[in-house]
Ligand binder design. Structure first.
Ligand code: GDP
Ligand code: MN
Length: 380
């Protein structure tokens, strides 16, 4: 080895030694010169203060989902805009923690526009379950050409004057019509029988350690709810008269032991405005896809009330479930603590509330609120 090389190696050795000594004695120096922080200048991501926690601090995790051997042919369905990402993430995180990390049901996300890469990226880290992202066919979403736009516009203006929530919104009407008649016909939904509808920014207040889909399948249920309430009459002024006309036309669709008493205090003459709050729904799509509901939706859609008025998917679904299915096929899940602003269902059963570690205040349970239709349901 020649002298120059020897000299260079010695200098290098000293520099390395000093670096190590400083690294052990000066935390700041260590942070500033770590490989991570040096490379972070190029990636622009890893800040120098983030020291990784060594693997030995992470105890092994046994994957609970492996213990579930029987699942239903079911999916979560989430309709959302790209701008709904933060609330969507929060809802998924809660349903995963409370339920789906054990069951791993898949998710279908639907939107009339294509989902952004950011949306897909942020939801995909939340679950090991399959996630699919679908765009809604145009004719399942937008106002059909059969609608008289002048009349629809006048209807919206009237509702704005009356101060009705979403009264002037066209997109809200598209959404209600889509949720009434189309979500279960989306190509990504076709392969499933059961769905659980979830919205951005809802809360699941209790552990859900049973499988509601399997329960419903084995007990012959078609529709499940957690909150029932009164609809704003001004959003559906003509809906009930069309329902009555439809029943006259198709008396064969009325179920024998239906829940008309939930909907009407006058034996079917007038609508009492009670409905299941459809932002939470677990249901059997073969019911929506079946003949009675298909004809019912087409009949209502033809009347144009989704646009001329502001018919919600909640009363439309509820009226159909209450009339075309026997009441025994409609399930109220006291066990599922659920909140969609401003209302919360908190389990009435105290053992459930304790055992499932609920975060809701039982005193604030909407079931007992004057605006709730739960007492009507209890009579059915
Ligand atoms: P509210 O619960 O009746 O106040 O209505 P929301 O604003 O929560 O809407 C109901 C659901 O439809 C939520 O899941 C929203 O994310 C979704 N939604 C509402 N409007 C639109 C829209 O224009 N496009 C899409 N893709 N989703 C929508
Ligand atoms: Mn909502």
């Amino acid at each position: 080895m020649n002298m120059t090389l020897r000299y260079l190696l010695a200098v290098f050795g000293v520099v390395i030694t000093v670096h190590y000594v400083l690294s052990f004695t000066h935390t700041d120096y260590r942070r500033a010169t770590s490989l991570n922080s040096l490379t972070s200048h190029f990636k622009g991501v890893t800040p120098a203060d983030i020291t990784p926690i060594p693997d030995r601090y992470y105890p092994p995790f046994s994957n609970e989902s492996l213990t579930v051997d029987h699942r239903a042919n079911a999916t979560f369905v989430i309709l959302a805009r790209n701008s709904d990402i933060d609330g969507t993430v929060r809802s998924i995180r809660e349903i995963e923690d409370r339920f789906n990390r054990r069951f791993r049901y898949p998710y279908v996300f639907l939107n009339e526009e294509s989902f952004s890469d950011d949306f897909k990226k942020r939801v995909s880290v939340l679950s090991a379950a399959k996630m699919e992202f679908g765009t809604i066919p145009r004719d399942h979403w937008y106002q059909p050409s059969s609608i008289d736009e002048k009349k629809a516009d006048a209807g919206r203006n009237r509702m704005v004057e009356q101060g009705i929530i979403y009264g002037g919104s066209l997109s809200y009407r598209n959404m209600c019509r889509f949720n009434s008649g189309f979500f279960f016909r989306h190509p990504l939904m076709e392969k499933y029988r059961w769905y659980w509808r979830i919205e951005p920014d809802v809360h699941f207040h209790c552990d859900i350690r049973f499988d509601p889909f399997v329960y419903m399948e084995e007990n012959n249920k078609v529709y499940a709810f957690t909150i029932a309430m009164y609809e704003f009459e001004k959003t559906i002024p003509s809906l009930w008269s069309h329902v009555k006309d439809f029943i006259k036309l198709h008396p064969e669709y009325l179920a024998k032991d239906n829940a008309m008493r939930f909907l009407s205090d006058t034996g079917g003459d007038t609508y009492n405005l009670c409905h299941f709050w459809s932002n939470f729904e677990i249901a059997d799509m073969s019911f929506w896809r079946g003949e009675a509901y298909t004809k019912f939706f087409e009949y209502l859609d033809d009347k144009g009330g989704f646009y001329y008025e502001r018919w919600g998917d909640a009363p439309v679904h509820s009226i159909a479930a209450a009339l075309f299915a026997p009441s025994s096929q409609i399930q109220f899940f006291d066990q599922i603590g659920y909140e969609h602003n401003p209302y919360t269902h908190c389990p009435r059963n105290e053992d459930t509330w304790k055992e499932e570690k609920c975060t809701c205040d039982p005193k604030r349970n909407f079931d007992y609120d004057g605006y709730s239709c739960m007492s009507k349901w209890d009579q059915v």
